[in-house]
Design a protein around this ligand. Structure first.
Ligand code: IDC
Length: 358
């Protein structure tokens, strides 16, 4: 009798151990599968390139990047902490962030304030660590012609493309929005050729975004006379209160000419970045972008009191004190940006998280 009990207990133990090991193995397999195939990461996708009108990853699969653009780095750089970028990745499900570095000296941009380059590098390195794509945006705006500071742009991108020559995360946006008294043929195209030559020399596989005339809306001259480089993508910017079907029709025509488009900036207001919110029109835009697999980034990650901001002015980020690098904030939730969303922030977050998991 005793022997029989011992035997039964023994068999029961063996069965339990067997199932324990099996479920452990299953867990390990599930975790390692997840680690291997998260299709939003740079480790999965590698260097991006263009193929006709499409953007594809290193395996030739189509890809759509979605993310948020910073506001002017000179004003809001403290917001782009590692924790906040991680939140954009994990809770907002984005895979790209854009660093808008204004150039205009009259706006305290890079031409006057060279130390912004160090801030760009700090944020780029955070995004590399987070396995996300990052766009370095030479944010011309009131300095309408990209040729005005071409010399400075050449040395800026020369240095950064050397530094990040083998880093698939980094995408170069060489001029935000050319505007004013300039043309594609005489100003933007020659500027782009000079810049792309330098970037390609250092980082032959890098994707380059080229802003086009009239605040990134005038596609016609580009279509007639595109750049002859590969892996170049043209940026179109829209603001839902200003731009609609007319611009979308032009984009469709452009795509049909086998040329690629990247929406490196877009907004839910009119083009002032303030005033009314055009939620319905913005969602029409997002549907169009999804149908065509066009990447897009939202303007903007800021706390400025204007309706394009995703955060309220009360938000302040938690900055880790220098001396206690590893310490957790005592009240982490108090600094969670998700608790300080404007209605714009809430709408954009909902749009981003409603995508099916890739
Ligand atoms: C706006 C900012 C605003 C700032 C202004 C001038 O939202 O706070 O005062 O720039 O620096 C763009 C530009 C982008 C603009 C945005 C909204 O790329 O810099 O930001 N916009 O006006 N193009 C179309 C709209």
């Amino acid at each position: 009798m005793k022997k029989a009990i011992i035997l039964i207990l023994g068999i029961a133990c063996i069965i339990l151990i067997f199932y324990g090991i099996k479920s452990d193995l299953q867990n390990i397999k599930e975790v390692s599968n997840k680690e291997k195939v998260d299709p939003r990461t740079v480790s999965y996708n590698g260097f991006l390139r263009t193929q006709g009108s499409k953007l594809v990853n290193s395996k030739g699969e189509e890809i759509q990047l979605r993310g948020i653009s910073s506001h002017g780095l000179q004003w809001y750089k403290d917001l782009y902490t590692y924790d906040n970028l991680q939140t954009l990745r994990d809770t907002w499900q984005t895979n790209v962030f854009r660093i808008a570095m204004y150039t205009d000296p009259n706006q305290d941009g890079y031409i006057k304030n060279n130390s912004l380059k160090e801030d760009v590098i700090t944020i780029v390195d955070r995004l590399i660590e987070l396995d996300m794509y990052v766009i370095i945006d030479w944010h011309i705006l009131s300095d309408n012609n990209p040729q005005t500071y071409q010399t400075q742009a050449l040395s800026f991108f020369d240095e950064l493309s050397q530094k990040y020559s083998n880093t698939p995360n980094v995408i170069y946006e060489i001029c935000n929005e050319p505007n004013g008294d300039i043309t594609w043929e005489n100003n933007v195209k020659p500027y782009a050729e000079a810049l792309i030559n330098v970037i390609r020399h250092n980082a032959p596989n890098a994707l380059v975004i080229v802003g086009i005339p009239q605040w990134c809306k005038d596609l016609t001259p580009v279509s007639k006379n595109p750049l002859s480089f590969s892996n170049v993508i043209y940026s179109v910017h829209f603001y839902a209160g200003t731009d609609g079907k007319l611009l979308r029709n032009k984009m469709t025509e452009f795509l049909n000419n086998d040329l690629p488009i990247f929406v490196s900036e877009c907004g839910i207001t009119d083009n002032t970045g303030n005033g009314q919110i055009y939620e319905y029109e913005f969602k029409e835009w997002v549907n169009y972008l999804n149908e065509n697999n066009i990447s897009w980034l939202f303007w903007s990650f800021s706390t400025k009191e204007e309706s394009s901001s995703i955060l309220t002015k009360e938000y302040t980020p938690y900055i880790k004190p220098e001396s206690s690098n590893d310490e957790e904030p005592s009240e982490p939730l108090a600094n969670d940006l998700n608790n300080y969303l404007t209605s714009t922030g809430q709408i954009i977050k909902n749009i981003l998280i409603s995508y099916p998991k890739d």
